[in-house]
Design a protein around this ligand. Structure first.
Ligand code: G4F
Length: 327
């Protein structure tokens, strides 16, 4: 991707003498390309965050998802081994809470740790399951320092616009500024454990600095619904809403506004349900238990659910204000 806007402030061109940050063209579906980059760089650490990461989209592109998320992981592991870098290069594999699948049959009933059973419910989750096990297998078979971080949902103002948190914070900012009428969402009752990406990325680094290679759950331990997220996002701007109706006919309306800057009409409809956003097999509840990370690595998240939402909404309000000022 040539979209570098999130890293332009730290990017140094290779023309600079001794640049600290260099970009390479890479593609996880291309073994030779991956092997060549690893051969050139001989890295101390690899963080494999590359994925087709949208769960809903994976139902439309299951084969591509497997190529990238499952075999892409194998390509990195095998390249490191083939190049004889097993003792030098540590690898972090971005595993995911989607491995658990949130099935009520699962004995952990929605609160998962490193010993919980896996039951992925999407092509994305199934492909990531291969990534998890092949990473563990290379650790056991070849004694490589390779680790899985089983990350629950992690968000920030840089989150992709089609994931539900950012979709909500962008829409709330647009509705409050009068740019958009309402938001369309799918399952409002899905429950997730949402943390801040900054906290989780710090933990990724800590995982590779730990004494032994292992697998780690990274989560806050707090579960909230999509509905909670929407209510809290409007509240950041002093907009109170109430829900009426049920199923596909559920709506949300403005009840009152407490900030002069964001006065919406009382009774304004701000949410409708769109069945297109439901998944063929939904993961209802995913809440993580990060006890091991806290006890063994001393990791604690610094952000709360509320502070995460506040940061995202304020950032999106600024984004749209700046945009409309510029045009
Ligand atoms: O924001 P989401 O699309 O994230 P999801 O599916 O939980 O996956 C994210 O987190 C995983 C765990 O860390 C990662 F592995 C994965 O790569 C990705 O980053 O959806 C969250 C929930 C779902 O239950 C979904 O059904 O929100 C529900 N939802 C309701 N309405 C919606 C919408 N999701 C999206 N994207 N768009 C909606 O309109």
């Amino acid at each position: 991707s040539l979209n570098t806007q999130r890293i332009d402030h730290i990017y140094e061109s290779p023309q600079i003498k001794n640049p600290k940050f260099i970009l390479h063209y890479g593609d996880l579906t291309d073994s030779m390309n991956i092997t060549k980059i690893i051969q050139q760089c001989k890295p101390d650490e690899i963080y494999n965050l590359g994925a087709m990461s949208h769960v809903k989209v994976s139902f439309d592109t299951p084969e591509y998802t497997a190529q990238v998320n499952a075999l892409g992981t194998l390509r990195i592991l095998e390249a490191v081994k083939l190049l004889g870098l097993e003792k030098k290069t540590k690898i972090y594999q971005a595993s995911t809470s989607e491995l658990y699948g949130g099935m009520s049959e699962n004995k952990n009933k929605g609160c998962y740790n490193e010993s919980s059973e896996f039951y992925p419910r999407s092509p994305y989750g199934v492909a990531k399951l291969y990534g998890f096990w092949i990473t563990k297998n290379y650790r056991e078979a070849y004694n490589m320092f390779v680790c899985n971080g089983i990350l629950f949902n992690h968000e920030s103002s840089r989150r992709g616009e089609t994931f539900v948190t950012r979709k909500i914070t962008r829409a709330v900012a647009q509705i409050a500024l009068g740019i958009k009428d309402k938001i369309y969402l799918g399952n409002l009752d899905a429950k997730r454990d949402w943390g801040h990406a900054k906290d989780y990325v710090r933990m990724m680094w800590m995982i590779l600095q730990s004494e032994h290679a292992d697998d780690w759950v990274i989560a806050t331990g707090v579960g909230k619904t999509v509905r909670d997220f929407l209510v809290n996002a409007f509240l950041v701007l002093g907009i109170h809403i109430k829900f009426e109706g049920s199923g596909l006919d559920e709506k949300a309306y403005v009840t009152h506004c407490t900030k002069d800057e964001y006065k919406l009409e009382i009774g304004k409809e701000v949410l409708s349900i769109d069945p297109n956003y439901f998944r063929p097999s939904e993961v209802d509840t995913l809440i993580g238990d990060p006890t091991k990370a806290k006890e063994k690595l001393g990791w604690f998240p610094k952000y709360s659910f509320e502070s995460l939402i506040k940061e995202m909404v304020i950032s999106d309000v600024k984004l749209f204000k700046d945009h409309y000022r510029a045009v």
